[in-house]
Design a protein around this ligand. Structure first.
Ligand code: FAD
Length: 377
């Protein structure tokens, strides 16, 4: 039997996540939009609400609720603020390699502080010479006694300026085929965040560069096996990163549908609300269809992930579908607003800008199609 219903616990969790987003995140949106800065109040609230603890095992201070719960939380936070959902999604992306590949000492050292939000995380893979192709990166490491020395730079890193614990992919300077993943900590000599980007959307979520200049990292900070780091970094991006983007995209889709319905019910033309017009209903139907189809793809992938089953293609499909659908929904919802859809006073313009950023994050739509086709072939 296939059960498409959420458990009572999951429904209660969704209710709590929605309440959190509406009371703790919504009041900060204007300020984040205007300043483009991360709201530290929101970060603190995320920690207090145990939003960073969802996928961390209980024995290391987490909730151990799994990936469906995470998707629910991201969908609800993303419905209110895609920027905050993105920040939260990438915290988990920095945490996952420690959960999956860290040794017991590393888990004990890092996870409890990450679960409470006392420490914040991110993952550094992308470089100017390698986004879709992470092997094109030029950040290198070399062994020096009991330490590793890292040199290079990473770009487009979410939480670059607020993260304390950064999972970084680097290449062996003597063997371009060997990659390793390290935990770099804020304050380590030779490491600094640099150049904060000004994105078209997701204002309030920080994106920037990371610079490594003879950054000395102790061998205890190597994650997994030396030379096998590509798998460590990419398994986090593949499942957790794409799963997180599905949550952000579903949030935007829901927000677009709700905003379009609200406007279409209030806007009166020809003596009646425009929701009565077949052309408007057509757009509403397409948004609703995309939302439900995206949910089915996304929650199926997260259910597989919770079972420990392989889910990379499922998340590639869900990521492709929901990110594209969120962009379609934002365009349709803006169209329903007529001229008001071009005015920044209306939330729909934020959804339009945010939806644009969903595309490349955690892998472009082209790359998702490559993964899907590879699986089909
Ligand atoms: C807001 C935001 C946040 C991000 N956060 C992080 C983060 O926290 N950590 C991190 O490491 N990275 C992060 N990234 C980087 C993101 O993962 C990359 O932008 C993405 O992988 C694409 O890489 P690129 O930008 O270098 O584009 P490229 O790889 O240069 O792609 C250029 C074009 O080529 C196409 N293309 C590439 N390969 C193929 C192919 N095989 N077949 C067909 N077409 C192809 C792409 O679809 C695209 O159209 C973030 C990006 C954004 C926008």
């Amino acid at each position: 039997m296939i059960d498409f219903t959420f458990t009572e616990e999951q429904d209660l969790f969704r209710k709590a996540a929605r309440e959190f987003a509406e009371t703790m995140v919504a009041p900060r949106i204007q300020e984040m939009e205007e300043s483009g800065e991360v709201s530290l109040d929101v970060v603190k609230a995320l920690g207090e609400a145990e939003m960073m603890a969802i996928t961390i095992p209980e024995e290391f201070g987490g909730l151990g609720l799994g990936y469906t719960a995470r998707l629910i939380a991201l969908e609800e936070v993303g419905r209110v603020s895609c920027a905050v959902a993105m920040m939260l999604q990438v915290f988990a992306l920095g945490i996952e390699p420690i959960v999956k590949f860290g040794n017991n000492e590393q888990k004990k050292k890092y996870l409890p502080g990450l679960a409470t939000g006392e420490r914040l995380a991110t993952v550094g893979v992308t470089e100017p010479t390698g986004g879709s192709d992470p092997t094109g990166g030029r950040t290198v490491y070399k062994k020096d006694g009991d330490d590793y020395i890292i040199n290079g730079r990473k770009c487009f890193i979410t939480n670059s300026h607020i993260a304390d614990t950064i999972t970084v992919l680097a290449k062996d300077d003597e063997d371009p085929k060997a990659f390793s993943t390290f935990i770099v900590e804020k304050g380590m000599a030779g490491f600094k965040p640099a150049h904060e980007e000004h994105k078209v959307g997701m204002k309030g979520c920080n994106t920037g560069w990371l610079i490594f200049e003879d950054c000395r990292v102790p061998k205890d900070n190597l994650l997994g096996v030396e030379g096998k780091g590509l798998r460590v970094a990419m398994s986090a991006i593949g499942d957790v990163g794409r799963g997180g983007m599905v949550g952000c995209s579903l949030g935007v889709l829901t927000a677009c549908l709700e905003e379009a319905l609200k406007f279409a019910n209030e806007r009166v033309l020809y003596g009646k609300p425009i929701i009565k017009l077949p052309a408007i209903q057509d757009k509403i139907a397409m948004m609703k269809l995309d939302l439900e189809a995206g949910r089915l793809l996304g929650y199926r992938a997260s259910a597989l992930q919770d079972q420990g089953a392989r889910c990379d293609t499922e998340f590639a499909m869900a990521k492709y579908y929901t990110a594209e659908a969120a962009q379609r929904a934002a365009k349709m919802a803006a169209d329903i607003h007529g001229g008001y859809g071009c005015m920044n006073e209306y939330a729909i313009t934020r959804y339009l800008r945010d939806s644009f950023v969903l595309g490349p994050s955690a892998g472009t739509s082209d790359v998702m199609k490559v993964i899907i086709a590879r699986s089909a072939m």
